[in-house]
Design a protein around this ligand. Structure first.
Ligand code: LLP
Length: 433
């Protein structure tokens, strides 16, 4: 499962970005999120290059929900990508990092009035409208602000079902997101948006069919459905959309058996589907946007944990407890997600036993990995769990009043602390007696 700059060094320790993980744990404590900055940048560049090679005009937009902190927003800006945000908090983070507002894309199915106002006033590049109520409110607010033109896109449900976990299917017909194609609400929304006025300009359409998708077919299908919809809109209203944002969703490798398409193959296949369909329906190629989150940061992250209590239940299993768990990685408990781990301090040793890696939360379901194959584990060993760079820190909690871990970017042998570890003072900081 070693990827990016990860390797086993001469001390038989796991090394990332030229940094020894045993040293990182000593310096920054555990649990610790460690992110391979070089791999994140390479992934950004692979996307940008693949789009450039396969399509005349477009933009890669990083989906901040996967992992967003000031340093990440800065990195995304340096790599020239756009940024997908879904809340006032993500907008605030982006602006505080100096991210250019014109490259922000504001998504979400229930943006609050305050969030819409913040978006309008900050000059957020695109607001991706998700419902009739939002469109009406936006027209009203934008009339009241009366500042500059704001570009909007409409989120469409293409009705494509991707084979992934049920909780993260969002493109199917029964979903809280977007305007339905089949019930006619998408076309009605277009007509309403075209009449909006008040400085709002309809730029195009958006869809997102799900996450951790390991096949290309659903993406091609969604691209085809969306370009066909563009043609239907042109035929019915005369409006030719200039922008098409096909969302994110490319899966990553969580386990050795996972075999996701490469970034290059993913972009190429979507670009081809858009070009082929556009030719067939004779419509000008829209600017093409893609919004990857997980496939940019996921495999670049590992989490380091210190082993504490080891407990044998005879003839059943051995529990190896670590100093984090569902509070820093909710995905096993929430999605039955499977992860792979090694002992970072004895990285070259062959696996000798199968153990259950348990978190420290007061909850039987706080199991990080069942049947993890590891060398004979001892108290004090350092466990590294792979592919935790997306949707782990961003979904972390303070359950049991556990402080959230620090995040370190590593590159060229130098660690850079990008999020400090929470302290107990942080835990009570907002409490009132
Ligand atoms: N664009 C939109 C509008 C989205 O809703 C999402 C993810 C993305 C882009 C990025 O998708 P990605 O490339 O990361 O698959 N918490 C879940 C994942 C939820 C994804 C929600 N939307 C998990 O941990 O698996």
């Amino acid at each position: 499962m070693l990827t990016g700059t990860m390797q086993v060094n001469s001390r038989q320790h796991l090394e990332v970005g030229g940094c020894d993980t045993v040293e990182l744990a000593r310096e920054f404590g555990t649990p610790l999120y460690v992110m391979d900055e070089e791999l994140i940048r390479q992934n950004c560049r692979s996307y940008v290059q693949a789009l450039k090679d396969n399509y005349p005009r477009g933009r890669i937009i990083y989906a901040g929900k996967a992992f967003l902190v000031l340093a990440m927003a800065r990195l995304v800006e340096e790599e020239g990508l756009g940024l997908d945000i879904v809340s006032g908090g993500e907008l605030y983070t982006a602006l505080k990092a100096g991210f250019p507002p014109g490259r922000l894309y504001f998504h979400g199915s229930n943006k609050t009035t305050g969030e819409l106002l913040d978006a309008l006033q900050s000059g957020t590049g695109r607001i991706v409208v998700d419902s009739f109520m939002e469109l009406e409110e936006l027209i009203e607010l934008s009339g009241r602000c009366g500042t500059h033109e704001t570009g909007i896109m409409l989120r469409i449900r293409p009705g494509v079902e991707a084979h992934t976990h049920g909780y993260i299917q969002t493109g199917k017909e029964d979903s809280k997101f977007g305007f339905g194609l089949h019930d006619g609400s998408a076309m009605r929304a277009v007509k309403k948006a075209l009449r909006a006025g008040n400085g709002l300009a309809l730029k195009g359409f958006h869809c997102h069919i799900g996450s951790q998708i390991l096949q290309l077919e659903p993406f091609r299908l969604a691209a085809e459905v969306m370009v066909n919809f563009m043609a239907a809109v042109r035929d019915e209203t005369g409006f030719v959309a200039g922008e098409l944002d096909l969302g994110g969703g490319l899966g990553i490798r969580y386990q050795p058996g996972d075999n996701p398409p490469s970034i290059k193959a993913f972009v190429e296949s979507i670009a081809d589907a858009v070009k082929d369909t556009a030719r067939r329906v004779d419509i000008a190629l829209p600017e093409l946007m893609l919004e990857p989150g997980r496939s940019i940061t996921g495999e670049a992250g590992i989490t380091l944990y210190r082993v504490g209590v080891i407990k044998d239940i005879p003839a059943i299993r051995r529990y190896v407890s670590v100093d984090g768990g569902m509070t820093d990685n909710i995905r096993p408990a929430l999605y039955q997600a499977r992860y792979e781990a090694i002992l970072a301090n004895r990285a070259a040793e062959a696996a000798g036993e199968k153990v259950t890696i348990a978190g420290k939360a007061c909850e039987s379901g706080d199991i990080l990995i069942e049947e993890a194959a590891l060398p004979a584990v001892q108290k004090g060993d350092l466990v590294a769990v792979f592919s935790t760079g997306a949707y782990c820190y961003s979904m972390a909690s303070n359950y049991n009043r556990n402080p959230r871990p620090a995040v370190v970017f590593v590159r060229g042998g130098r660690p850079k602390l990008v999020v400090r570890r929470e302290s107990y003072e942080h835990i009570i900081a907002l409490d009132e007696l």
